[in-house]
Design a protein around this ligand. Sequence first.
Ligand SMILES: [Zn+2]
Length: 198
Amino acid sequence: MSTSLMLHCNTVRGYSSCATTLMTDGLDVHEARKIGAAHGWRHTSGKDYCPACSGSRVKPRVIIAVDGEPVAPTAGRADYRLQAASALLLAHTNRATGGLWTPGRSPVTMRNLPGVEFVTGGDHGADCVARTGPSGNAQAAADAAYIALLDPEVGRAVCAVLDETKESVAQEHGLVETSTAQAAVDLADALLRPKGER
Ligand SMILES: [Zn+2]
């Protein structure tokens, strides 16, 4: 089965309108918009906008792995580390694209466009969260699935675990007395490990 769906940019400036289009192999307009999102297109208020007209906010984000300097994550009391990790995670969670994160894949057969593994989110499920690599690549697919799994809802739940543990550890004056609390402190230290430029 072969179909093609074209996205048209809806930007109008004065008497001229943007002529940018994107040919996709989406089976329906929803799928076409997901593919578009992976290529930097934005869908909002029922209209589509090309990457150039969408502004920098919707540029597809590229995930770059950076080896951080290993630092012993043991400085400070455990309850302070729990609090710092929760604050760090909450700040990033609040800045991340909301909505349900879903891994997807655009076909490799599109004209002039390489297929990609990607993650979408946002109110319409069509905002690009990340592109991980070429379509059909097992590692790229695994990375997209992992990113989608750890969406902001997970981030907020992790914050709740860190906050609850911080309260109980603070009551013990910073002493970690249970295996559950230790697991949460390990989680906090993993979050506080430097990750390079953000
Ligand atoms: Zn445009």
